[in-house]
Design a protein around this ligand. Structure first.
Ligand code: ACO
Length: 350
C-alpha cells in the first residue's frame, strides 16, 4: 500500500501511467503486452526531492496517454484527504505545470479521443528506419504468460506474423511535432535522472521517434501507430566546417524495455548520422550507466561488421573472418589496441 498512517504517500507508487489503445487495437494485444499501470522511476522534479506527497490516503495519480498521439487524461483519486491546509499537497496542480493545458479530465471524452486518434494519428517527420519482430517473441508476442495461447491470440498470430517498428526524424519545423513534443517530454522527467525540459527557443534540436506499427484486427489495411520511445539531439559546431551531434535525451518506455528497441533506436540514429555528410561526430551527453552499456554493445557490434576496422585490427587475417570465428589471441589484442586509439565515433565517421 502506498500510504502510511501519517498521511504520507510515495509519489512513484501512487503515480500510474498508461498507454491506451483503441478498443479494436487492444483486442489484438496478447495477455503479456501490458501497457497500463506502470510507474515512473523518478518524480522528484514534480513532487520534490523526497518524492513524497502529504495529506492523502490511498492516493492514485492516474495519467493516461493515447498510445499514438499521447493525448492525456489526468485523474487524481483518494480514499481520504486531510482538510485542505497549506501542508496538503496540491497533487494535480503540481503535475499540471509539467503537461500541456487542455488535458482530459473526463474519461469518456478521453476514450473518444483515443478511438478517433487511433485512425487519424500518423507519425510526423521523415521515416529513417524500419524493422520488424516476429509476433511470437518480445513485443507482439502471440502467447500468453504461461505459454498457452488463447484462441484470440492464435487468431491474431495468424493475422500478424510480425510486428513492425518505424523510426522518424523530426525538427521543430515538422508540422505537429512541437505540440507532440510537449506531451512526450514528461517521460524525460519521469525516467532520466537529472533530465529536464529542453527549450523550444533553441531552434536546432533534432528528434528521432520510434513507433510500433500494427495492422488493425478489424481491417488489416489500416495501420495504427503506438509510441515506443525517442531521443533528442543537438548539433554543435565542429571545426572547421562540420557539426558534432550530441545525443542529449534517450528513453524507451518501460513496457518496451529489454526487448532490443533501445539498441534498434540507437543504431538507427547512428546509421542516420553516418549518412549526413556535415556531421563529424556523434557524442552522448552525460549517459546513464544503462545507456553506456547499450552504446558499448552496439558500437562494438557495428565495428565488428566494419571492413576498415577489421582490417586495421587484424590486418590480412581479418579478411573473410569475423571476430567470433577468429581463434587467434594476437588478433584480439590488436583489436583491443585499435579500439583504445581514436574515439569510436571518429573512427567511424572520419
Ligand atoms: N529480449 C530480451 N532482452 C533483450 C532483447 C530481447 N529481444 N534484446 C536485447 N535485450 C537485452 C539486452 O541484451 C540488454 O541486456 P542487459 O541489460 O543485460 O545488458 C537489455 O535488454 C537492454 O537492451 P535494449 O533492450 O536494447 O535496451 P532498452 O530498450 O531496454 O533501452 C534504455 C535501454 C534506453 C536505457 C531504457 O532502459 C530506458 O529508456 N531507461 C530509462 C531512461 C534512461 O535511462 N535513458 C538513458 C539516459 S542517458 C541519455 O539520455 C543520454
Amino acid at each position: 500500500m502506498a500510504v502510511n498512517s501519517d498521511w504520507t504517500t510515495f509519489a512513484n507508487e501512487a503515480f500510474r501511467l498508461s498507454l491506451v489503445r483503441a478498443k479494436d487495437d487492444k483486442a489484438s494485444l496478447t495477455t503479456r503486452e501490458a501497457y497500463e499501470g506502470f510507474h515512473p522511476t523518478f518524480t522528484y522534479p514534480i513532487y520534490g526531492e523526497d518524492e513524497k506527497l502529504y495529506g492523502y490516503k490511498d492516493l492514485i495519480i492516474d495519467l493516461k496517454f493515447a498510445s499514438g498521439s499521447l493525448a492525456q487524461y489526468l485523474h487524481v483519486s483518494y480514499l481520504d484527504k486531510l482538510p485542505s491546509t497549506s501542508t496538503v499537497d496540491d497533487v494535480e496542480g503540481m503535475l499540471a505545470k509539467f503537461i500541456p493545458e487542455g488535458y482530459h479530465t473526463s474519461l469518456p471524452d478521453f476514450e473518444a479521443q483515443v478511438e478517433s486518434d487511433a485512425l487519424s494519428f500518423k507519425p510526423m517527420g521523415h521515416k529513417i528506419h524500419a524493422y520488424s519482430r516476429p509476433a511470437n517473441t518480445g513485443a507482439g508476442a502471440a502467447s500468453s504468460v504461461d505459454g498457452e495461447a488463447t484462441e484470440d491470440e492464435r487468431a491474431q498470430s495468424l493475422l500478424e506474423d510480425t510486428v513492425e517498428f518505424e523510426v522518424y526524424h523530426c525538427t521543430w519545423n515538422t508540422p505537429g511535432f512541437r505540440e507532440f513534443h510537449r506531451r512526450v517530454q514528461l517521460f524525460i522527467l519521469l525516467y532520466i535522472e537529472g533530465g529536464s525540459y529542453i527549450s523550444e527557443e533553441e531552434d536546432s534540436w533534432e528528434f528521432v521517434v520510434l513507433y510500433e506499427r500494427r495492422r488493425r484486427r478489424s481491417d488489416p489495411n489500416i495501420a495504427t501507430y503506438h509510441f515506443v520511445g525517442y531521443s533528442s539531439l543537438y548539433p554543435f559546431y565542429c571545426f572547421p566546417e562540420k557539426v558534432r551531434l550530441r545525443l542529449s535525451q534517450f528513453v524507451i518506455l518501460p513496457p518496451y524495455q529489454q526487448e532490443g528497441h533501445g539498441s534498434a533506436l540507437y543504431t538507427a540514429i547512428y546509421n542516420y548520422v553516418l549518412k549526413q555528410p556535415n556531421v563529424a561526430e556523434l557524442t552522448v551527453e552525460d549517459p546513464a550507466e544503462a545507456f553506456e552499456d547499450l552504446r558499448d554493445r552496439n558500437d562494438l557490434k557495428m565495428l565488428l561488421t566494419h571492413e576498415r576496422f577489421m582490417h586495421e585490427a587484424f590486418g590480412d587475417e581479418a579478411d573473410g573472418h569475423s571476430l567470433t570465428h577468429h581463434g587467434n589471441g594476437k588478433g584480439k589484442a590488436k583489436a583491443r589496441k585499435a579500439m583504445m586509439g581514436p574515439p569510436v565515433e571518429k573512427f567511424w565517421l572520419e
